[in-house]
Design a binder for this molecule. Structure first.
Ligand SMILES: [Zn+2]
Length: 273
């Protein structure tokens, strides 16, 4: 099992990171993708500790739409420079993300969000990296930009929500759908339909931890181990075994993000024992 979207380098995990990682391994995770905010030096430092403690973690780096203004305030091309720097550093990155548009919070002006998003789609293409998309209440612009600026780029709609029609639009663009803890919520019936409808080879699982803990952990800090709840619910909805969900979603993640370091044989370090 691979948690394809978690914020393990967030400061909320700093104090008990080793225990969080130990629980993830005990839950059967072979690796995870750690999302790192491109402009946050402190988080980038903590990400280095995450990958030292858990070598089968891959990092994705991007400027979140919430921080688009912050990137734009610096100098033109700042987002691109941060991403190129992270990609060139030891360990590299497996994706550009999370990037996109968020018109729910509007923490950055929409035109600035679109500009920074377009810049990052271009750098993903230049570096031949997949993209991890965050979009909220911005479907028309997101789909339009992906169809033009990102045509042919591989990627995923992270924490996918909504119904079959929206899923079809993302799938038609060639994107994967990543399902998070919302799948375990009893009222998420639209999403339950998507889980059953989507081609099996286009589905990923994630936690988005520390946010959005699945049932029965709702309201608490989420962590990568809980992705097992998403996998179990997906197996029920697709009327298949947990083993087949684990095998398929893991293969999908390795295909989209590359096998290194996610498929690294995971030997616990002495410091973890
Ligand atoms: Zn996220």
């Amino acid at each position: 099992m691979i948690d394809t979207h978690c914020h393990l380098a967030d400061e909320v995990f700093e104090a008990d990171l080793e225990a969080v990682i130990a629980r993830a391994r005990d839950a059967g995770l072979q690796g995870a993708i750690c999302i790192v905010a491109a402009g946050d030096q402190a988080e980038r430092g903590r990400a280095a500790r995450v990958t030292t403690l858990w070598p089968s973690v891959a990092c994705a780096v991007g400027v979140h739409p919430h921080q688009a203004q912050q990137a734009a305030d610096q100098q033109p091309g700042r987002a691109e420079a941060w991403i190129r720097e992270a990609a060139a550093a030891r360990g590299g990155i497996c994706a550009v993300g999370e990037i996109g548009l968020d018109y729910h919070y509007d923490f950055s002006p929409r035109d600035v969000q679109r500009r920074v998003f377009a810049d990052q789609l271009a750098v993903a293409r230049a570096l031949s990296l997949p993209v991890i998309i965050h979009t909220r209440e911005a479907d028309e612009d997101t789909f339009a930009m992906l169809a033009s600026d990102a045509a042919g780029l591989p990627g995923v709609f992270h924490c996918f929500t909504g119904g079959v029609d929206r899923a079809r639009r993302a799938l038609d663009l060639g994107f994967h759908l990543s399902l998070a803890g919302i799948l375990t919520f009893p009222r998420a019936t639209d999403l339950h339909e998507v889980a059953a409808f989507a081609p099996f080879d286009r589905l990923l699982i994630e936690t988005d931890s520390p946010f959005l803990a699945p049932v029965p952990h709702r309201g608490r800090r989420n962590e990568p181990a809980f992705v097992a709840r998403v996998a179990a619910r997906l197996a029920e909805l697709r009327e298949t075994s947990l083993e087949s969900v684990v095998a398929q979603t893991t293969a999908n993640a390795l295909q989209l993000f590359g096998a290194q370091p996610l498929a690294r044989v995971d030997t616990p370090r002495a410091s973890m024992l």
